[in-house]
Design a protein around this ligand. Structure first.
Ligand code: PNS
Length: 165
């Protein structure tokens, strides 16, 4: 079985992530969407919440599973018999860091990374921008699935942030 991992923070998952996950699911027998635990940066959603929303919005892809991990991605790959890491590349600005990680992961455990050019419509899209725009009342409905939008708005309200649109 050819298994790939789509790793990330997914705080929250966007249509840009879903684009890569959907296309990877057509190329591999199984795709694991893996949410990184233990990030030092503050998050809008905890890992269990992120797993729940990713599971819901990827439910139509029958060969997509959702999991979390902490530590090195290459260790997750060997534990789960993952043959490739699939990453979306939005623009040249992503490339330097992604290439560095890809080469390091290859060096560490001979895990290959495949870069997928994101659909141009999502080349500007990131979870951080979604959070920033939503915080200040901007419309992010074209950037995240409706279920995720509802959760983002509710969390921003809970946090005393704007979250109006
Ligand atoms: O969604 P993000 O925050 O851009 O995802 C980045 C992520 C989680 C994919 C990247 O930071 C990562 O792979 N971290 C795992 C830790 C690790 O293996 N570090 C060594 C990389 S060479």
């Amino acid at each position: 079985m050819k298994r790939a991992v789509c790793p990330g923070s997914f705080d929250p998952i966007t249509y840009g992530h879903l684009d890569v996950i959907e296309r990877a699911s057509g190329l591999f027998d199984e795709v694991i969407v893996a949410v990184l635990v233990n990030r030092t940066k503050a998050s809008l959603f905890n890992v269990a919440e992120r797993i729940e929303m990713i599971t819901e919005v990827t439910a139509k892809y029958k060969n997509v599973k959702v999991d979390s991990w902490s530590g090195l991605l290459v260790d997750f790959c060997s534990e789960h018999k993952v043959s490739a890491i699939v990453k979306g590349l939005r623009a040249v600005s992503d490339f330097d860091y992604e290439l560095q990680m890809a080469q390091m992961n290859l060096q560490l455990k001979e895990v290959d990374t495949l870069f997928m050019a994101t659909t141009p419509a999502y080349s500007f899209l990131s979870s951080s921008l979604v959070k920033e725009i939503a915080t200040y009342g901007g419309d992010v409905s074209a950037l995240i699935p409706p279920k995720v939008l509802t959760l983002v708005k509710a969390r921003l309200l809970e946090n005393g942030e704007h979250g109006r649109n």
